[in-house]
Design a protein around this ligand. Sequence first.
Ligand code: SF4
Ligand code: SF4
Length: 480
Amino acid sequence: MSASRPADGRPPQRALSAGFADFVDEAGFRRLIGAGAPEAARVRDVLARSLAKEPLAPDEAAVLLRAEAPELVEEIFDAARRLKRDVYGRRIVLFAPLYIGNLCVNDCGYCAFRASNPDSVRRTLSPVEVEAQVAALERSGHKRLILVFGEHPRYTPEFIADTVRRVAAVRTGHGEIRRVNINAAPLDVAGFRTVHEAGIGTYQVFQETYHRATYARYHPARTFKGDYDFRLDSPNRAFEAGCDDFGIGALFGLTDWRFDVLGLVAHARHLRERYGVGPHTLSFPRLQPASGVDLAGAPFVSDGDFKRLVAVLRLSVPYAGMILTAREPAALRREILGFGVSQIDAGSRIEIGGYTEAGDAQVMDREQFALSDLRPLDEVLRQLLEDGHVPSFCTACYRMGRTGEHFMEYAIPGFIERFCTPNALVTLTEYLQDYASAATREAGRRLVERELAAFPEGAAKESLRRRLQATRDGQHDLHE
Ligand code: SF4
Ligand code: SF4
C-alpha cells in the first residue's frame, strides 16, 4: 500500500527490511525438481523426519515431489494424514472472507479486479454497509473473518485499522467477531504497526508465484505489485513491526506447481532462521476462471497434483496452519481435509456486499474469481461432523496472548488436548445452541458427547465438562 498512485512507468522503489534476503534459488529449485525419482529409502527417511515434526528443507520437500512409485505416493498421503491426526487432532477452524473494497491500482493478469478490467463493478463498502455484512455473518454463526482489500490509496493502514475496529464492535444478540484477519496489500513497517495496534489476527500477503519471470509476466512493472522483492519482504517488515502472525501463500497454476511448493518451503525456512517464527498459515489457492480474464497458456494444476502439493506442504511445514478455501469443489475439499488442513471458509460470498445482496447466485462481474463450494455454513459444518471432524470457532490463543501459536502448537506436547479440542467443543456447542439447524444440532450433540467420553480423565476434562454445561446454560465465550 502506498499513499500515491503509480505514475506512468515504474513506481518508486520502496524500502526493504533489514532482514530481507532473496532465498529463492531458481537454478537450485530447477535442479531439485529435475533430479529424477528418489530411492524408496530416501523418501521414507524424509517422511520419518516430518513425522518427528521436523520442518523440511527444500531439498527434502523435493524428494517428496519427485517420488513416482504409486506405493511411495500413497505413503506420502498416509504420512500427511498421520501428521494431521497426531499433531492437529480433528479440529477444523471455520472462517469467512469479507471483501471490503475492490478498487485496485494493480493489474494482475489473473484477477477480475485488475485496474484494466472495464467489466469489474468497483465498490468500497461504507461503514454502515460493513456493519450490515458483519451482522449477517454473525447471524449465521461466524466468529472469525478475513477482511479483503484491493491495493489502492484509499485503503491506507489507518483505513484498514478503522475497519478492523468497526468489525470487532458489531454485536448481534450473542453474535460477535472475535478474530479479524487481513488480506491486503503489503505495507511498510509503520503501516504494519498501525494495523497491529488495531488488534488484527493474521495479516496475509501471498507471493502468488516465487518464479521471477512468471511473476513479471502477470504483474506489470509499472504497478506497485510489480515489485517482487517488496512483496517477498512483507513478512519481514510485519515481524519487525510486531505482527508475528503472518500468512504466506502462492497462487498455484501460474507456473510449475513444484517450483512454488519449494518457494513456500524456502520462505518458511527463511522466516524461522531469521526471526525464530515461521508463517502462521500457508494458503495454496488454485488459479480459477475470473471475469474478463484470459488465462490461456497458464499451466493450471490437476486435482491429482493439487492433492500431492497439499500433502507435501503439510509434511514440509508441520507447525503451520493450512487454509483450504471454497475455490475448490466440495468433494475435493472433503478429501483434502484429511491431509492436514486446519482451516476452511464456509458459507462464503466474495462479491462485494454479497452476504446481504446477492442471494445464492454468483455475480461474476463483482467477484475476484469463481467460487466452487457455495454451501451455507450449517451444511458445511454438518458434513464435517458426519466425516468425524470437530468444527471449531476457536479464537482463544490470540485472545490469551498465545501468538506464534503455530509454533507452540507443535512445540508443546499436548497442545491439542490442552487447548484446541476443548475450545473446539465449547465453541461448537455455542454454535449448536445459537445457530444450528435441527439436524446439525443433533449431529453436533452426538459428536460432543463422544469426544467428551474419549477425553483423558483429569482436571482438564472436569474444566471442559463445566464449560460445556455452562455454555448449554447460556453462557458464552468460555475460552481457555
Ligand atoms: Fe488487485 Fe489483488 Fe486483484 Fe492484483 S490480485 S489486481 S492486487 S485485487
Ligand atoms: Fe487455534 Fe489456539 Fe484455538 Fe488451538 S487453541 S484452535 S491453536 S486458537
